[in-house]
Design a protein. Structure first.
Length: 370
């Protein structure tokens, strides 16, 4: 069993204060999946302040409600409050909820140096010294008709995205996809069921999607029906299944590691970048997914995607991390992540946009001291 050393190394002394900034990032257009319609993305920015003045930053990527995951923003924030005695000793308690734990782990690693005029956050423990371009794909939400879907795909291809992920809705939406996909015979497509497939016709849907030419599909059946996902793996011939909503921890991954599944690894959901890195470095069936993260979280995802380029499957499948201009009206970092020739350069440093952060803040800053 893979385990973590809960004491995080630091040369900055001990954490003296925790500040939580609840934010709401507005989407440019609503994003529809089997979970529902998203128009705004809640993100809580976590700031750790050390005795020498250094500051570390992470973000809580859970959602307002439990539609996607049982851990909501409120639960994540409560978990960080409960963890403060350990955090002030530079530790993360065992058994924390995944999103809260991942936010703290990011904050311990993404550090702004303690010097006058310091602006840039360094990511030294996640990014190597020779940052590379990471091939990227784009997720497209459920569209109202075939023409809108076609337009979205054409726009993504024109921007250079190397894989198109299509979110799936109810079964009739498959007919829309069947009309559109043949128009793009050289494009790599994947699908995402978000756990929305029904028991009575789910396997038939998967067999039809297999015939359309999808490379893989994420989480067709819900995590409560995960035995159906595993059974489908054995019945499909070319369409592979990647588990996503089923993965909340390293224990979940270990439970399904020998099933033949692929694994959509989201560091914020599986408990932090160190667990994610371990899986990506050791499992040839794992790849990096996205969580509608801000530019801060996206930089960590890109760093992990760079690590996973040595992984056979991840090297073949462009990651889900889109450019900064894809989703949000306004992001919280100053330098946007731009797609060039189908790839995004991994940043070794980023600068937070505090004017944007304060403009996007929806409730007062939560200040926690010993």
């Amino acid at each position: 069993m893979y385990t973590l050393n809960e004491r995080l190394p630091t040369t900055n002394g001990y954490v003296k204060q925790i500040n939580l900034y609840p934010l709401e990032l507005q989407l440019k257009t609503p994003f529809k999946t089997a979970h529902g319609l998203t128009t705004a993305r809640p993100i809580t920015l976590v700031e750790l302040v050390w005795g020498d003045g250094s500051r570390g930053y992470g973000e809580i990527q859970s959602f307002y409600d439990a539609t996607y995951d049982a851990e909501t923003q409120a639960i994540s924030i409560a978990a960080i409050r409960a963890a403060t005695p350990a955090v002030f000793q530079n530790s993360i308690p065992v058994g924390m909820p995944s999103f809260a734990r991942a936010a703290l782990e990011m904050a311990f690693s993404a550090v702004m140096p303690a010097r006058e005029g310091a602006q840039l956050i360094s990511l030294p423990t996640m990014v190597d010294d020779t940052a590379k371009g990471v091939p990227v794909g784009q997720a497209i939400g459920i569209m109202p008709n075939a023409q809108r879907l076609t337009n979205q795909i054409e726009r993504a291809i024109a921007q250079g995205y190397q894989r198109i992920k299509l979110k799936l809705g109810a079964a009739p939406y498959d007919d829309v996809i069947a009309q559109v996909m043949p128009r793009f015979p050289t494009t790599m497509f994947s699908a995402d069921g978000n756990g929305g497939f029904a028991v009575h016709d789910g396997l038939q849907r998967l067999q039809r999607l297999e015939g359309m030419g999808f490379t893989f599909i994420e989480q067709p059946f819900s995590e409560d029906q995960n035995e159906l996902n595993i059974a489908a793996i054995k019945q499909l011939t070319s369409l592979r299944i990647s588990l996503d909503e089923s993965l909340h921890s390293i224990e979940d991954y270990e439970r399904y590691r020998q099933t033949g599944a692929l694994f959509t690894i989201k560091q914020a959901k599986i408990g932090g970048w160190r667990t994610a890195m371990h899986i990506l470095q050791t499992d040839a069936n794992a790849w990096v997914g996205g969580m509608l993260a801000s530019g801060l979280g996206r930089s960590v995802d890109l760093a992990l995607a760079q690590v996973s380029l040595t992984n056979h499957f991840a090297a073949y499948i462009p990651t889900d991390v889109s450019g900064s201009d894809r989703y949000f009206e306004r992001d919280i970092i100053k330098t946007p992540m731009v797609i060039e020739h189908g790839a995004i350069q991994v940043p070794t440093q980023i600068e937070l946009d505090w004017e944007a952060i304060h403009a996007l803040q929806v409730t007062s800053t939560i200040e926690i001291r010993p």
